[in-house]
Design a protein around this ligand. Sequence first.
Ligand SMILES: [Mg+2]
Length: 235
Amino acid sequence: MTMLRALSFDLDDTLWASLPVLQRAEQCFYDALCERVPEFVARVSKQELRDHRLGLLRAEPRLRHHISEWRRRSLTEMLRAHGYGARSEQISDEAFAMFIQARQQVELFAHVDTVLAQLSQRYTLVSLTNGNADFHQQDCSRYFHACLKAEDIGVSKPEPAAFAAALAAAGCAPEEMLHIGDHPRDDIEGAKAAGIRCLQACIVKGPETATPLADGVFSDWRQLPDLIEKLAGGR
Ligand SMILES: [Mg+2]
């Protein structure tokens, strides 16, 4: 029987709700532009900023794994196109700094800290996110052996290489790991394709949104230890 040795955790919408954080971060990004380049903001709409980002991604798909660079590059290019020349990169860096600072202001779901503390006594914990939150800034990251970000490892979920990086960090085989995340494709299908069992966090959207592929579903962190226990003995 294969023992469960490690748990990998998605972050956004698994440990905290991402929408309010991202909305706030977007606003801080925009405010930084209003302050620094009001004439640019008057000429370029939020939609145009978004459209440019999407166009850049189509031109350079690898930026999907480097979302911070993607955002900075897109803004720099737009500023250059609007005549900001050599200042473009600095303005872009400053606006991004405001975005990423706000990006860290997350509020953990209830019981996350307690449950992680408990699980870390027994399992090696690894975080695996496609987002650009700096998990090291959260107190509960102290329970984790490794914190992996797509933009650091150069590959994002659902690609098997992302899960392989988590396995390598935890030093275990796929059957010894359990992945916990909210996203049907990135977390659940991705983990399964990598031969890793998974639990789906349906905290934001509710358990009715669960995908049948998941080995279990939870909508409250207090349910997690028992669910893991059930899967811990073998497959
Ligand atoms: Mg997520």
